[in-house]
Design a binder for this molecule. Structure first.
Ligand code: 2AM
Length: 177
């Protein structure tokens, strides 16, 4: 199965994020039900490994914390914008939780993640989006900011890749104290 660890977002917040979508030709907007904040992408693993991952995550002790989403940005590959996202206000407790998850997954036998953790919620994947439309979108929504919401658990998701959108399923929720 194809797995990743993420924070689920409150439904009202996801609706608010999904409502930002539109006005950028070449953007494939993530539907509200798929919006999440990835903490660690795992990828394809055999069932025995999935079980070890679950055990490692279940043994992790973490605490609840408030989180604020703020700002809009893009990632580019080879000079081309590929992803439009909403950012996260700097949060040490989020970084701490992500670090604990990384450690737990390495103990469960996964290779270390080499890429730096840049917390974000993907809003749209971009296929040749018109740069001026994209820039206008970023400018229009740059002050986007949510009220703080409480992160009470993190989630192990499985993902099945579809033609239009991936289908994500919450496999296990891990409560924070
Ligand atoms: P993204 O939204 O920033 O692209 C499920 O695929 C989640 O895992 C997505 O939110 C995706 O982040 C994230 N992810 C991180 N690395 C990935 C990779 N190499 N392949 C696919 N998804 C990845």
């Amino acid at each position: 199965m194809r797995l990743f660890v993420a924070l689920e977002l409150p439904w009202e917040l996801r609706q608010r994020l999904a409502a930002l979508g539109g006005g950028v030709p070449g953007a494939r907007w993530v539907p509200a039900e798929n919006l999440h904040l990835t903490l660690r992408f795992i990828g394809e693993v055999p069932p025995f490994r999935a079980e070890e991952i679950d055990h490692a995550l279940a043994a992790l002790r973490g605490r609840r914390f408030p989180l604020v989403l703020a700002g809009i940005g893009t990632f580019a590959k080879a000079g081309r914008e590929t992803l439009l996202w909403v950012g996260v206000e700097r949060c040490e407790r989020l970084e701490h939780l992500q670090g604990k998850i990384e450690t737990a997954l390495q103990r469960a036998g996964l290779e270390p993640e080499r890429r730096r953790f840049v917390p974000h919620v993907s809003l749209a994947r971009l296929d040749n989006a018109a740069p001026e439309k994209l820039a206008a979108f970023v400018q229009r929504h740059n002050l986007f900011r949510t009220g703080p919401f409480e992160v009470e658990h993190f989630t192990l998701f499985s993902s099945r890749l579809g033609k239009e959108q991936a289908a994500y399923e919450a496999e296990v929720e891990y409560e924070l104290a």
